[in-house]
Design a protein. Sequence first.
Length: 211
Amino acid sequence: MTKPGLLIVFSGPSGAGKDTVLKRFLDENPDCALSVSATTRAPREGEVDGENYFFITRERFGELTAMGEMLEYAYYNGNYYGTPKDMVEEQRARGKNVILEIEVQGALKIKEMGIDAVFIFLMPPSWKTLKQRLANRNTDSPWNVAERLNIAVTEMESAHLYDYIVVNDDLDACTAQMKAVVAAAQCRAEYCRELVEEVLRDAQTIHVSDN
Ligand code: 5GP
């Protein structure tokens, strides 16, 4: 039986560098896969439907949530974002560690539901860096940048509720830390419980003299 993959919840304020860190991490860790969310936000330049997000209407989003098709969802900065259940379940069943790149409200919903997951929060090295990164992005209006900075403060106030905080100062170091966190999560007693139970079951049926 394939051991189900981990569910990894990855959050951080807009501008912390989540996409860059994840891209590098996924390139180096083929046993992990990124879940593709659904959103009602319009695609940004270069974004591809089905790759970056499933871009859907509010009506469709409402239908999917009503049918219980979303693992979690949240309203963020004027739009809905949600994690379709099917892809996550299918990938985990095949042994892939699935990463949800989601904002804090959705992450906390997963925690409240008691779903076993590893919660990682990506921090910028400083407030100044975060502001600069957002201002340099040129994908949002100044109003939107200010709004995202306000949200960033609220999100960072919840960082202590996560299991791990990784700082995105140096990309190499940050990716190595992510790898270490995932390796540690795979050694958690809860995650390895089935193996321990299997060995103990065998201990009762296979005698010391058996080969
Ligand atoms: P953006 O519009 O910049 O792509 O994403 C805005 C925020 O929505 C980011 O913090 C991102 O992590 C979050 N987000 C993306 N997909 C999901 C999702 O499926 N659920 C939730 N709760 N947040 C999401």
